[in-house]
Design a binder for this molecule. Structure first.
Ligand SMILES: Cc1cc2ncn([C@H]3O[C@H](COP(=O)(O)O)[C@@H](O)[C@H]3O)c2cc1C
Ligand SMILES: O=C(O)c1cccnc1
Length: 356
């Protein structure tokens, strides 16, 4: 399924990009006056291969939940069971992601790809459990390459299912205590940055814990020998398996699945940024189908976005995850595309153009 999906992904369509850029310039506004929103609309046109691109509605948030063996190293102040407790909270509609999803009209699907507990059946819970959490990435690989592929394929199948169900925009979400540690390790491995530059304070840790977290990320890079990553897709899978989490793998799969279906994917924070580096290493064209919803407070996120060449739409110093930053950006993406559909041209509205 992974190979088939990769074969389906097309880069941005140059003709739709050019048409969209030209159309922006004919609309009744000074050229470039909508700033980065113009770029988003043009980007979506290229991704869809159509100008104007389809409205990115309805949107579907997929929250991938998993646990992390590296939690044992004391890298998060929260107990591991918060992962499964928050899954219950998402299903009951009580999390911030639920509130933001209600605000932007997005559906919420929760996907268990590796929570360290059994979950009850629920209508909005999809079960794709690969294992009861990863192994400790600071002592060896977090998972096998086979498990990484399973988690990627879970994300692909979630993307395809949501699109078959009518979604025209996918938003990435995550839940997994200690997953900012795995995110930092992925960003360090894929960008070559030092662990100290990409490791943040996650859910709120003191300086002593932060120093330990940086050391854990450094050890993970060394133990797994992922300091310098090559450019072959097999390298991407090896790095993902070595220092990633099941939710990172599944989010990378969601991105690839969305790209294959030509449905745009709005990325959330640092977990999504790290996952997008995996997707980009598997197929750089997948990035053409992504929009960076926001920039989180985690330092590794800005590094990942720079490596991906993506500009975040919102910067509110969020550091939550769950898809919250992606959800906040969705109305902006909609507004950007609606301009392409609704706004009159200088010709059609009889508005005079700029002199000279
Ligand atoms: C109550 C609560 C709700 C959350 N929702 C998202 N996260 C976020 O915080 C975690 C990552 O931070 P760290 O690496 O420091 O553990 C992830 O679960 C992420 O989704 C939460 C964390 C907590 C505690
Ligand atoms: O960047 C994020 O999405 C983030 C930051 C801190 C904790 N959880 C998620």
């Amino acid at each position: 399924m992974l190979a088939e999906t990769l074969a389906e992904i097309r880069p941005a369509d140059p003709r739709a990009l050019a048409d969209a850029r030209a159309h922006q310039d004919r609309l009744t506004k000074p050229r470039g006056s909508l700033g980065a929103l113009e770029d988003v609309a043009v980007r979506l046109a290229g991704a869809a291969g159509a100008c104007p691109p389809p409205m990115p509605v309805p949107a579907a948030l997929a929250i991938f939940a998993a646990d992390h063996g590296v939690h044992a190293q004391g890298v998060s102040p929260w107990p591991q069971e918060v992962t499964v407790q928050m899954v219950a909270n998402f299903l009951a509609g009580g999390a911030v992601a639920n509130a933001f999803a209600a605000q932007s009209g997005a559906s919420v699907t929760v996907v268990d790809v590796g929570v360290a507990a059994d979950l009850p059946d629920a209508p909005s819970l999809l079960k794709h459990k690969i294992a009861y959490g990863t192994a400790d990435l600071s002592t060896g690989p977090a998972m096998s390459v086979d498990q990484a592929v399973q988690a990627l394929e879970a994300g692909i199948s979630v993307a395809r299912g949501l699109v078959e169900g009518g979604a025209r925009c996918l938003i990435t979400g995550d839940m997994g205590i200690a997953n900012t540690t795995a995110s930092a390790a992925l960003v360090a491995a894929f960008t070559g940055h030092d662990p100290a530059e990409v490791t943040g304070h996650g859910t709120g840790i003191d300086e002593e814990t932060h120093a330990r977290k940086v050391a854990v990320v450094r050890r993970a890079i060394e133990v797994n020998d992922v300091a310098t990553v090559g450019s072959q897709p097999s390298d991407a899978l090896r790095v993902l398996a070595a220092v990633g989490g099941f939710e990172h793998a599944a989010i990378a799969g969601l991105i690839l699945g969305g790209a294959a279906c030509r449905v745009p994917v709005i990325l959330d924070g640092v977990i999504a940024g790290a996952a997008a580096l995996v997707a980009a290493a598997l197929d750089p064209a997948a990035v053409d189908h992504c929009v960076a919803g926001h920039r989180s407070a985690e330092p590794g996120h800005a590094v990942a976005l720079a490596a991906l060449g993506l500009r975040p739409l919102v910067d509110l110093e969020l550091r939550l995850g769950e898809g919250t930053g992606g959800l906040l950006a969705h109305p902006l993406v909609c507004a950007a595309v609606r301009v392409m559909h609704d706004v009159a041209t200088f010709d059609s509205a009889g508005v005079s153009e700029k002199e000279n």
